[in-house]
Design a protein around this ligand. Structure first.
Ligand SMILES: Nc1ncnc2c1ncn2[C@@H]1O[C@H](COP(=O)(O)OP(=O)(O)OP(=O)(O)O)[C@@H](O)[C@H]1O
Length: 222
């Protein structure tokens, strides 16, 4: 089973096939034009639609027809869209991560980055728009969590990243990993999922968090 996720400097889309786990990250205050070779957000949109097409009802804006038309737009652009990033960092220490993030990673029990982590964390931290794909259980969650944690401004206690997941369980699992890896950074993470009090979610969000992990239904209410 393969999973993939897409990260842009405006959003992260996470899709674990075949269950189509979906995460969306939005980083605030990042100017895509200031980054080296950014892929314009508009180029990533068709991929977002491709994931949504599989989970959306027919007739919605994300249905298969919409997906086909977006994919045709994308393919018409040719190879320019696809670039590869072949730098490999076989130890966490070489990735230029904040010391407190490294402490969190090691304290969580990770000694050596997995293959996807060796290739995926640094481009994310450098602000590239990335699409990454790896087998299930190979460490993608920690890859994008590390990328988010590295980029947050911890002096600003407001939501700077949003991760969307298709199920409550997955959102809660991602929250746990984010919280654990960001323990020494004192990251404030909140999982906004159905089955809990909306008021309590709103209270926590108003009190200030750095990262929200949510399911789409609950986030639209909050
Ligand atoms: N560098 C590492 N060293 C040791 N264990 C790791 C490392 N990275 C991840 N793991 C562990 O491997 C397991 C699978 O990781 P994770 O859930 O992040 O994979 P995933 O690719 O996101 O999986 P899925 O596609 O099923 O969501 C977890 O128990 C995680 O703690």
């Amino acid at each position: 089973m393969k999973g993939s996720y897409i990260i842009s400097d405006r959003f992260l889309l996470c899709c674990h096939a075949p269950s189509f786990s979906l995460s969306l990250l939005r980083l605030r205050g990042v100017d895509p034009r200031s980054r080296k070779n950014p892929i314009p957000l508009s180029r990533l949109a068709p991929i977002y639609y491709s994931v949504m097409a599989r989970v959306a009802q027919e007739g919605s804006q994300y249905d298969a027809r919409h997906y086909d038309s977006k994919m045709n737009d994308l393919l018409a652009d040719g190879d320019e869209f696809f670039t590869s990033y072949d730098e490999v960092y076989d130890i966490f220490d070489a990735m230029g991560l904040q010391e407190n993030l490294l402490r969190g990673i090691y304290a969580y029990g990770f000694e050596k980055p997995s293959a996807i982590q060796q290739r995926g964390i640094v481009p994310f931290c450098n602000g590239f728009d990335v699409i990454q794909q790896a087998q299930s259980g190979t460490g993608k969650t920690a890859t994008f969590c590390s990328g988010i944690l590295q980029q947050l401004n911890y002096n600003l206690v407001q939501c700077q990243a949003l991760v969307l997941a298709p199920t409550r369980e997955l959102a809660q699992q991602i929250e746990k990993v984010m919280r654990a890896l960001g323990d020494y950074l004192e990251v404030k993470v909140h999982a906004c999922v159905g089955g809990t009090s909306v008021r309590e979610d709103q209270r926590i969000l108003q009190s200030g968090v750095h990262v929200v992990v949510s399911t789409p239904g609950r986030v639209s209410i909050c």
